[in-house]
Design a protein. Structure first.
Length: 225
């Protein structure tokens, strides 16, 4: 299994290559679908089966509907965040530190390149797997950044943490935007408890090792200082 991070505007789409099929975790901002298609062409593959969205934010599901139109892939998300996609919304909650720029940035971006209504095909909840779609991966409900934020943990120990974590300047709990700040610590502990080997965070092409994840303190190590 190989993971190919594809920078898509303000977000990153992670293309998972297995012998049987391709899968995508997140899809970047609106209008970025050709970047993923280019990577698929480079790999000589057309079999994108499922796009798993970690949470309903502009830079994570923006190109999902366009990619479904181009590839026939299904779109999945934790059921609690599904309505935001259907309503083409991106709930930012409250901000801390320089997170205050994001509501302004999102308003501007959404005027020039708006989110489209995105009906998910697959709604899952905590503990369910993607096995029947061809990927041995478990869904972890990890709320806080958004109500239905989820992490994906693959059987081989690779995890996708969405925006639960940040990687800069060092791995830490995301500390800029949350719909419920009080839920983040529990979500971090939940991800830690699965002991993943490598963790891809939503805005970095490089995964962090499991040992670095285990060292992250609840709220004590803010990112992006
Ligand atoms: Zn986010």
């Amino acid at each position: 299994m190989l993971v190919h991070p594809v920078v898509c505007g303000y977000g990153i789409a992670f293309l998972i290559e297995t012998p049987q099929a391709l899968f995508l975790v997140d899809s970047g901002s609106p209008g970025q679908q050709q970047r993923v298609i280019s990577k698929m062409n480079e790999l000589g593959r057309k079999d994108l089966k499922l796009i798993w969205i970690t949470h309903a934010h502009y830079d994570h599901y923006g190109s999902a509907a366009a990619l479904r139109n181009l590839t026939g892939a299904r779109i999945g998300i934790h059921l609690i965040d599904a309505d935001y996609m259907v309503l083409a919304r991106s709930p930012l909650g409250t901000t801390r530190r320089y997170g205050f720029i994001y509501p302004h940035l999102q308003r501007i971006l959404n005027q020039t390149n708006p989110l489209s209504t995105t009906l998910p095909d697959v709604l899952l909840s905590d503990g369910e797997t993607l096995e029947k779609y061809g990927l041995n991966a478990s869904i972890l409900h990890t709320p806080g950044h958004t109500p239905g934020h989820s992490c994906l943990v693959l059987e081989d120990g690779t995890a996708f943490a969405g925006d639960l974590l940040g990687a800069f300047p060092r791995p830490g709990l995301q500390s800029l935007l949350a719909t419920d700040w009080g839920q983040l610590a529990g979500s971090l502990e939940y991800l830690k408890s699965t002991a993943p080997k490598w963790i891809y965070t939503g805005h970095s092409r490089q995964p962090i090792p499991g040992s670095a994840l285990q060292k992250i303190k609840n709220g004590a190590m803010p990112m992006n200082k």
